[in-house]
Design a protein around this ligand. Sequence first.
Ligand code: TEU
Length: 572
Amino acid sequence: MPDKPIPAEPPWWTRAVVYQVYPRSFQDSDGDGVGDLGGVLQRLDHLADLGVDVLWLSPVYPSPQADNGYDISDYTDVDPLFGSLEQLDELVAALHDRGMKLVMDLVVNHTSDRHPWFLESRSSTDSPKRDWYWWRPPRVGMAPGEPGAEPTNWHSFFSGSTWELDEASGEYFLHLFDRRQPDLNWENPEVRQAVYAMMRWWLDRGVDGFRMDVINLISKDVGPDGELHDGPPLPGLPYGDASASVVCGPRVHEFLQEMHREVVAGHEATLLLVGEMPGVTVEQARLFTDPARREVDMVFQFEHVQLDHSGSKFDPHPLRMRDLKASFGRWQTGLADVGWNSLYWDNHDQPRAVSRFGDDSPRYRRDSATCLATLLHLHRGTPYVYQGEELGMANAPFGSIDGFRDVESLNHYAQAVAHGADPEEVLAALRRMSRDNARTPVQWNDSPHAGFTTGTPWIPVNPDHGEWNAAAQRNDPSSVFAHHRRLIGLRHEQPVVALGDFTMLLPDHEEVYAFTRRLDGETLLVVCNLGGSIHPLGELLPEAVGAELVLGNLGEEDPAVLRPWEARVLRV
Ligand code: TEU
């Protein structure tokens, strides 16, 4: 394959690293136990020190907090829980002063059931906003509320049916997530215009883009008379799979192109648009991220974070590293010439990467966290660092169900136990997979609540913060934090890291993940050991042995031997 020449002007985000702040768990500034914008403002030095380019802020809008802010009741304000609009403006200015950008979370597949639009829609069957949501009568011949009378058999992402009965009208409304998150009807042009107006309002305030929540679910496959179709039955559940009707539906590209025309046109050079897309395939992702189509810059795909699911995420099985390699490799190849990848291990919906893909035992926690980071940051695409990932934060030791806070975990527990599952087994799966693992407070120091709050944290701090915290790592050159800083610096300094092509090596090896990145005659060879065994690198990849070490996660020793969880970036 010929080396790729450097394109004239690659978009700025090809060299950028994004840091995700989940504000509720980042830093509390007023002692109420919940993180807030004041806290984010206090901790900007941490981000600057790390060297990231963009802050993606999970939702801070007014919300009943049924899903920690992913249930929005007002799109153009800040919830007092998190602070004020003035503080948001302050954050934009403070980030811009430091050369960083702010990307807001855009949650427009659904609103909160407390949003005025939904209250109005619900108020009567002939409300002018009735059609802003998905209202349907019971199945033909059945009474409202009768078991099985739901308009379709769809299973919600958060357990149970996707339909909730409104007693007053005898009709059901659709919610792909919790019943307090009704889906907006994007078929209605007024809905779309209201969303675009809101997006323009935020851009006018100075924000630099959007992370679009489940944006590939906005178009539903609806027939000419409004019919929606049952999905294939889900094994072991009294529901069907809605995917064929809601994932990348028939009008999704049209809607995103319209959004681009109405909101983004003219600003594309400075903004970042990332679409979160559960169930997206690599072929679809090429379409979504082809710059010529003007939809989004990159997508969050889910393939690699579902490899350890057997059907449901709460039925996990051990991950085979080979599957992980194959998946990443497919996405790298699939978006090599057209489109762009987002790279992530962690976010607020996933268990902690070091516990899931690495080894969080005392022996290998630091090494596996730095190895995973090297692997991710050296791929072609834009890396995302989730708060605490740069510190090697691990899953939390949850006890009983009372320790969990997340609506997905709580709904799943209630439903599974009601259907006869063994509570201890359900808890074991939650401890491994619950989103709350990612939501324990950021560990700033070794003080009682890790420096997160002076009050009582809304979810307990992980007791390992005495050892694992930012203060301990900031000036330690061998820390997970320092390693992230070096990786981010490398992407900024070396065009080959940002733009080089990608070739997988040793595709069938069970533990050694190796690849090259090439650009304009320069070649980097990246070698990572995703396990606790020693591998004869000299035999596997002889060219690695004499190569110059650009960055490694363990001290230099025998160049012909790859130690457990060792990662090396080499210039050949
Ligand atoms: O998540 C969408 C999504 O499909 C999953 O990650 C989901 O949250 C769950 O983990 C499936 O098991 C987005 C947000 O990131 C998430 O926090 C919200 O709860 C969800 O949308 C609804 O807005």
